[in-house]
Design a protein around this ligand. Sequence first.
Ligand SMILES: [Zn+2]
Length: 138
Amino acid sequence: MTTYIPESLRRQVMERAQERCEYCRVHQDDRLFAHEIDHIYAEKHGGLSQEINLAAACSECNRFKGSDLCSLDPMSNTVVELFHPRRNRWADHFRILDGIIEPLTATGRVTARLLRFNDADAVDRRRLLIETGRYPTS
Ligand SMILES: [Zn+2]
């Protein structure tokens, strides 16, 4: 069950994110569906519907993330927390390289894999957005 998030809080979260997905950074205007409000820590884990626990997410990132908090890092074979938009800085965990979101850390690796940042379609779309100046490259 998902708690109702008041419109004013939704707007606040979207404005803070400048209407970009806080995981893959795509702008809401460049997706077919409006971005969603993600509970970073899902309600079923006790995450609250408060600004500190909410992030703007595109429908794909939100769907792939689901209620997950962490995943298994293939390199270290340990359980690692997913990227947390309120606690982590994007540039500390990822960088853009020819349209690919390259992970820089274990957190980056598990997040990029689980949220499928670099599926072929996503990379093609991102390259096009970069070419047209619609995607941040730094
Ligand atoms: Zn996204």
